[in-house]
Write a protein that binds this ligand. Structure first.
Ligand SMILES: Nc1nc2c(c(=O)[nH]1)N[C@H]1C(S)=C(S)[C@@H](COP(=O)(O)O)O[C@H]1N2
Ligand SMILES: [Mo]
Length: 336
């Protein structure tokens, strides 16, 4: 009888290698020797050393970022059994309509955006309103690395190692008043550097707006992001400061934030304004509630191609079921 031996599981190799390289590299960086060596490096070299894959483009990061990076808590949250999406895919297949609606437009057009200096207006129902420099917003918080699944409403997904700190910590810093019930976020408007905002045909009434209920915003998984893949955030991914809410569809994870307001009513969000029957305020990942024009039961995990479509089942709350308590008693088909 002929026994066929598969040639060293070639099919899996491309998926497994990046994660193992990434993780072993990350472990190395946690060693005290590596940390000491890194502290002596100039910022850009340190950024390169942090680059986990060969394809991570090094970048010069602002001082506030490098200082925090040296003390980051690596892999504070991991994604069990998942392969990390290659940096190249995470930075060249983007949604950021301010730079155009094509998936390659943000990478092509975001490079010229000025992200330094950067300020964020904090207003509304807070004890400490004001225009904060990004340095002052970041200073009190330690960086964590969190490897999260990102599920776009368009039924594709990635696994991305983010760097940042809990949104709850930022909110506590500015002291919400007892009247605060929702958090509203706004993206930069810059018609000169954001070509999508110059288009006369855009559906979007700028700025891009997103929002969370205050208890959702305070959930420990809600994350303020300033970096990814061990380096500063690329412009196309929402530099210098974005939100990442891993249990919700990607459009909730608003990029390049310039304003955070604590408010008493649910803000009207960009996608609700465009198509309220298709995109709701909650936008929790839910395989049982389909988009009116397509199923949400499965997703294409990137990288995916014609011959390896890599389709997987979508999980309730994108697999972050610890958030279920936030929605106890709510009809999630109605509050989609
Ligand atoms: N300001 C702004 N934020 C945005 C978007 C956008 O068009 N503008 N697109 C959203 C969508 S639909 C997704 S899926 C994620 C994609 O994030 P990524 O490009 O870092 O993967 O960003 C979200 N944040
Ligand atoms: Mo999305």
């Amino acid at each position: 009888m002929l026994i066929r031996v598969p040639p060293s599981s070639r099919a899996l190799e491309s998926e497994v290698t990046p994660e193992s390289v990434y993780l072993s590299r990350r472990k190395l960086m946690q060693g005290s020797l590596a940390l000491a060596a890194m502290a002596a490096m100039p910022g850009w070299a340190r950024a390169e050393a942090q680059g986990a894959y060969a394809d991570v483009e090094p970048a010069k990061a602002p001082g506030w970022f490098d200082e925090k990076l040296a003390h980051a808590h690596w892999q504070a949250i991991t994604a069990e059994g998942e392969s990390i999406t290659p940096f190249k895919d995470a930075t060249h297949y983007n949604n950021f309509y301010e730079f155009g609606t094509g998936k390659g437009d943000p990478a092509a057009n975001a490079g010229k955006l000025q992200v330094e200096p950067w300020t964020v207006m904090v207003d509304g129902e807070v004890g400490k309103p004001g225009r904060y420099s990004i340095e002052d917003l970041v200073k009190p918080h330690a960086f964590e690395e969190r490897i999260y699944r990102l599920r776009c409403v368009e039924a594709w997904s990635m696994v991305i190692p983010w760097l940042g700190f809990p949104l709850a910590d930022l909110l506590k810093q500015v002291e919400p008043t007892s009247a605060a019930r929702y958090v509203r976020f706004e993206t930069l408007v810059d018609r000169e550097h954001m070509p999508g905002q110059r288009s006369g045909f855009s559906l979007i009434d700028w700025p891009y707006v997103e929002g969370l209920r205050l208890d959702e915003a305070m959930h420990p998984l809600a994350f303020m992001v300033v970096g990814m893949y061990g380096r500063v955030l690329p412009n196309q991914n929402g530099a210098p400061l974005r939100l990442v809410v891993p249990w919700k569809y990607g459009f909730k994870s608003i990029k390049s934030i310039v304003r955070i307001s604590l408010v008493d009513e649910a803000p009207k969000t960009t996608w609700e304004r465009i198509a309220p029957n298709e995109y709701g305020f909650y936008a929790n990942v839910n395989p049982q509630v389909d988009h009116p024009r397509w199923s949400q039961a499965t997703e294409r995990r990137l990288p995916s191609g014609l011959f390896s479509p890599n389709v997987i089942d979508t999980r309730m709350f994108n697999g972050y079921e610890e958030v279920a308590d936030l929605y106890a008693g709510m009809d999630l088909a109605r509050y989609y």
